[in-house]
Ligand binder design. Sequence first.
Ligand code: P6P
Length: 338
Amino acid sequence: AQERALDRDCTTLSRHVLQQLQSFSADAQDLSSLMNRIALAGKLISRHLSRAGLMANVLGFTGEVNVQGESVKKMDVYANDVFISVFKQSGLVCRLASEEMEKPYYIPENCPIGRYTLLYDPIDGSSNIDSNLNVGSIFCIRQQEGIDDDGSARDLLQSGRKQIAAGYILYGPSTMLVYSIGKGVHSFTLDPSLGEFILSSENIQIPQHGPIYSVNEGNFWQWEESIRDYIRYVHRHEGYTARYGGALVGDFHRILFQGGVFLYPGTLKQPQGKLRLLYEAAPLAFLVEQAGGRASTGTQDILDAVPDKLHARTPLIIGSKEDVALVESFISERKKEA
Ligand code: P6P
């Protein structure tokens, strides 16, 4: 057992990627070093978050909202800059597209050789920071298709099936990195004393059904009737429980391990919902399909949705196959009646 534990401790993330691919090809090496860079970004952000916690406490006593808002904003900007500087040095990524930047950030020196684009939400759920609750980073990697000279990143406006890797980092009681390169979903836990992400679960499979439904019921009267029908159903039936943390990565992580469904439907104010397709919904959809689950806009698979712009939003219903299908059945039922 001790030998096994030692083997596990020596399975670093970059090693794990190469084991997955059973190849040492250039592409495999690229992916391995890209994942290593993601891990470095996660370590830097994790360390800063604990300090931000201290700063926020100190600043928080002043009760200055703008100061707290500033520290949260500083965190978003800090995390965004971490990804940029970590990937600048990678020599592999030509372009970074993030929720924090209107346009993609180009790394010209990487473009002739850099074949990848990193799409990411550096700190998702940052409003949770000032109440010391979990937040996350979401990322995915796509192949760069040609160099667009006008910086329009048109080649990014394609379906999520184009993703070659995706995952998230959950900054919770421990910092966990969950990823897939298309060969199953695997999780690593950061050992701060080692400064390494250590393999914790391999080939994670989401239960086919689970008890959890995760949605902001404060929007109940903002939704279409079909979503209200679903909520009435789970209220009436035994075996369901509501869990909502207000930060997508933590809410999704809970569903991945315990089963159930997370929903952020369209509302009257935002018919396309609040969550972004390219760097929030699509990476999680990639993961959940690899884990045997489903992700839907309500009418089509998230991975088939094609954005019309970089920061396009989408409704998101994601989790266990049976639970996503149940929500979709209420939506199609109402469509038939319409
Ligand atoms: P609401 C956080 O702001 C976020 O982008 C996601 O992390 C989270 O799932 C959602 O918005 C929460 O939105 O409207 O329920 O507060």
